[in-house]
Design a binder for this molecule. Sequence first.
Ligand code: NAP
Length: 249
Amino acid sequence: MNSMENKKVAVVTGASRGIGRAIALKLAREGCLVVLNYNGSVDAAGKVKEEIESAGGEAEIYGCNVGDYQACEAFFKEMIGRLGRLDILVNNAGITKDGLLMAMSEEDFSQVVDVNLKGAFHCIRQAARQMLKQRSGRIVNISSVVGLHGNAGQANYAASKAGILGLTKSAAKELGSRGITVNAVAPGFIETDMTAALSEKVKAGAAAGIPLGHFGSPEDVAEAVAFLVSDAAAYITGQVLAVDGGMGM
Ligand code: NAP
């Protein structure tokens, strides 16, 4: 059996670790062939691929810096040329370079925007070309509660994640008539490498502001993404779904 004839193809950026890894595992369990994008962690991406395959799923890995337009163009061209279709894009890749506004270098601001916001634009630009041809597609962009409310020490990150919301809504308006939905998920405090670096004091402060009383898991975010890319969410577009334990209320 040629499984590619039956499976939806899903690209998850930043799928080597954390939330992206959980999304990739979930979409593979839902029956997708998952293309796992990563930047530097080739071994970690390989392990996620093995995990998917040992559970009977299908996955590929592809290293590409999403902040590089030409690299993204080559990635999608090669991948779509080989697999023949693209059904789901999850723009999850993200970085932080925290610091107070008055001390933040122009470089740190630009790097975060280049990966988090321009990276999503680069991938949507490439994916939409194929989805428009197919007259169907699902795009989910991972924003953050910080993009909705701001956060001291994260002006670059908050700007990139707020930008994701405008990008999501504009893309939803442009692509909707061709059967493509575009939504955003705004996680709160999720336990991954990204948040592991924070001090216990910052973590305790964050936990105190969460009505559900605990941090979220990557799997909590993956469930929301899986819903938004499912047939059940066919009439939902341009929305922002917070997965934050009530933190952003
Ligand atoms: P993480 O554990 O630090 O993982 C980041 C992932 O992004 C890794 O797979 C990394 O790949 C990839 N990545 C980084 N730069 C990249 C680039 N230039 N090109 C391609 N891939 C790149 O982060 P996470 O906590 O899972 O976060 C995932 C997403 O959720 C991010 O967009 C983040 O902003 C968002 N988010 C996280 C939280 C949270 O509390 N954790 C809250 C709200 C939103 P390599 O391993 O190859 O470096």
